[in-house]
Design a protein around this ligand. Sequence first.
Ligand code: DX5
Ligand code: ZN
Length: 246
Amino acid sequence: APPAIIAPSILSADFAELGKACSDTISQGADWLHVDIMDGHFVPNMTFGAPVVTKIRPHVERPASAYGKGTFDCHMMIAEPKRWVRDFQKAGCDLYCFHYEAAINSTDADTPSGSSSGKTSPKDLIRFIHELGMQAGIAIKPKTPVDVLWEILDNPVETERPDMVLVMTVEPGFGGQSFMASELPKVSALRKRYPEMHIEVDGGLSGKTIDQAADAGANVIVAGSAVFGAKDPAEVISALRTAVEA
Ligand code: DX5
Ligand code: ZN
């Protein structure tokens, strides 16, 4: 099984001290930084864009290898995922995780696309992300059935296949919401079919909910309020890791 990866979501960090918050969480034991990008359109909230990512990037050492410590895991809760791939690559994103729902409902022409409908096809988007040297993730919201992913994950062309699936365990948009255990069967189904793939869960993860998520087979754990709201974030990070490794 893939290793446990703990990815604190800086959505719950102090935005006035963001650089320091990023370097602190890495020294406290975090593997990745989960960077939530919201456009006020795909989700009913806004955060920040590539210029902020550019400014925080030097506060965290670049990963030595793919998926290594210091990976910037950019969770793109935006309506036009194709449009921002280049900007985020330049800003220092390592893993560009777009939403399936946004991809199939957007139409911009930023990538060399083989599709004639003009719709963004997940596989073309994934290939484009890979061409720019990043890992590609695909995220699904609670209302999206996991079955939509099989065709994408079973693509025989390696460069068109995602490196990670993100199963949302809350409706995307805000930190501090309650964990939706109803989403865990998606994680189990994914783990059964893809024993070695990175499977990320995001939303409501804490000491109380981690065991269920880990049992279902998640190995990449996002936690915002649980880490940044803790008196001792290092202890929370270590407890999450222990639960996944158990
Ligand atoms: C929600 C974001 C999450 C959020 C998680 O839309 O994608 O990454 O920060 O926050 P917690 O861990 O507090 O639920
Ligand atoms: Zn997120």
